[in-house]
Design a protein around this ligand. Sequence first.
Ligand code: UTP
Length: 288
Amino acid sequence: MIKHCLFPAAGYGTRFLPATKSMPKEMMPIVNKPLIEYGVDEAIQAGMTSMAVVTGRGKSSLMDHFDKNYELEHQIQDTNKEPLLDDIRSLIDSAHYTFIRQREMKGLGHAILTGKELVGDNPFAVVLADDLCINESQGVLEQMAALFRQFRCSIVAVEEVPESETHKYGVIAGEHLSDDLIRITDMVEKPEQGSAPSNLAIIGRYILTPDIFDILEETEPGKGGEIQITDALLKQAQSGCVIAYKFKGKRFDCGSVEGYIDATNYCYEHVYLKGSKVSINKSSTKKL
Ligand code: UTP
């Protein structure tokens, strides 16, 4: 069983400036829940109980969100608004949360390496909370955890993207084991237009075996001067095995404005309206 889930959340979120000047991108709401909460929910559904968050300066609201707010709880107690805290209370009770700071933004690979102290010598999941994945019957991490039990090696989620989009992603190539499973033989971070090895782009869900930490320690800065997880994964694939999985479900790139709006519209209709337990009106039993 995979118990640990790592959330690299130290990036600056520059595509969302000025909103992200003093607010973490991961705290931006999709309807009424911050992005990170969707990711934590997905990890808990997959049986994970240890959430490890890699943060940076100005990101302390991430810690506060997964802690009690006694004043608010006292104010809201016994009003018709109290059920609005049910979901977050349940997430807080279902897992424990640890945080570590990445002091310098040296890339996703470096952020994952920073999380080593929290994850230890265990296989672990990685969630990039700005990739919002929705599958109402079985979450993407749960699908991947089942594959890990079968293959016992690192697994990355991939999605087919138009060729014009491949330059934004890590792109894989390899040997097809089935329609949705590929054994990776090649991987390129943000390939130049026209030079991608396929149209299969890595999205923000990974399951990694702990030997990735030793590989990351040896990995030199790559594309953009950053330590790239794709470079480390390619080494792992060449010396062992890494599987790419075409996940089932929808993915929204909430790091981009267009993806964020699409996710909001989709979640309002398919998640919020379906799951909303309370109707908020002004007449609460206790005045707030
Ligand atoms: P992105 O490049 O997509 O996120 O990194 P960003 O840098 O926050 O956003 P833009 O591009 O400036 O708008 C992918 C993920 O890796 C994390 C980010 O927080 C994001 O979840 N990351 C990236 C780190 O934690 N540390 C880093 O040094 C780089």
